[in-house]
Design a binder for this molecule. Structure first.
Ligand code: CA
Length: 312
């Protein structure tokens, strides 16, 4: 196994939302706080970026061209070359100061994304987020938005089992990965239950906070753990830990599989929440890292398959 910086010379304040585009062998990811979306072509090594007008939680390709992103409190479409942005939906008139955070498409091509409080305060250098102000939404194929539940602190990782019958979800504030019975036809979720509970592990103090995640072909979850510089692999069927990968950057935020064989793990990181000492000790904090030689593979990432052409 080897861990390296994947993309030299690109540093994010809050790297998030990695997504592998198979047809172009390109990694998409965002810098949430700098309001930017990046594309890195793994074949040519070219990097380009688009500057959007507000925080960016996540980004997914739209099957008919361009991309969808959670931008501030909106879900918006944007064109890469022109940066032309079209608002599709906007949430929250409740006075809650929330913004879209992590998001991903389900196997049917709906876009799922949830919110979190946009105000960050610090307690001894550790970021503290507003409690329970977020909700989880999905944008269906007509472009209509559904709210599934509220009371979320920091809406994060999403993944679906290969049989399309289970959705896994992380509200970082719970220190859990939860599971839902998932109906791919209707896009409804039910039977909410705990799959992995960080607080029950004897080594919980070294596990940090579950953030973004991805799933491999064997159904195991790879969870980026905020605050400890590692990605931990779990078996959600048993709630047990299988392995962990240490990343030389203490704030790991999300991960996805990529590469020609989908056997490389790409990990985003975030210096915005680091102490001065951490910034000095880990000069690559803020980079995207790549792990090879894990011996596992991911599945191709889903894209948004909505019929929204008429609204762009
Ligand atoms: Ca995140």
């Amino acid at each position: 196994m080897s861990v390296s910086v994947a993309i030299p010379n690109v540093t994010s304040q809050l790297g998030e939302g990695p997504h592998w585009e198979e047809d172009t062998q390109t990694l998409l990811f965002v810098d949430s706080l700098e309001c930017k979306v990046y594309r890195w072509n793994s074949l040519t090594k070219d990097v380009s970026s688009v500057q959007l007008g507000d925080t960016v939680g996540s980004v997914v390709p739209f099957q008919n061209g361009g991309y969808l992103a959670g931008v501030g409190r909106t879900i918006s479409h944007f064109e890469w070359n022109t940066g032309v942005t079209t608002k599709l939906q906007e949430v929250s008139s409740t006075g809650l100061d929330d913004r879209f955070n992590d998001g991903k498409c389900d196997p049917a091509g709906r876009f799922w994304t949830g919110t979190m409080g946009s105000k960050i305060s610090y307690n001894n250098g550790i970021p503290v987020f507003e409690q329970n102000v977020g909700s989880l939404y999905s944008l269906d194929k007509t472009g209509a938005l559904s709210k599934h539940f509220s009371g979320i602190t920091v809406s994060n990782g999403l993944a679906w089992s290969s049989d399309e019958r289970v959705m896994f979800y992380i509200d970082t504030g719970t220190r859990k990965v939860e599971a839902f019975t998932y109906d791919v036809e209707s896009g409804e979720i039910s039977d909410r239950r705990d799959a992995i509970t960080f607080e029950t592990f004897p080594e919980k103090a070294t596990m940090g906070w579950p953030d973004g995640m991805t799933i491999d072909t064997e159904g195991h979850l790879w969870v980026a753990c905020f605050g400890v510089g590692k990605v931990i692999c779990f078996d959600p069927a048993t709630g047990t830990k299988l392995t962990e990968v240490n990343i030389p950057a203490p704030i790991t935020t999300s991960c996805c599989f990529g590469g020609k064989n989908l056997d490389e793990l790409y990990i985003t990181t975030a210096p915005f929440a680091a102490t001065e000492q951490e910034l000095q000790q880990y000069p690559s904090l803020g980079s995207v890292f790549k792990v090879t030689g894990l011996g596992v593979k991911g599945r191709p990432a889903n894209v948004y398959q909505g019929d929204i052409k008429g609204r762009l």
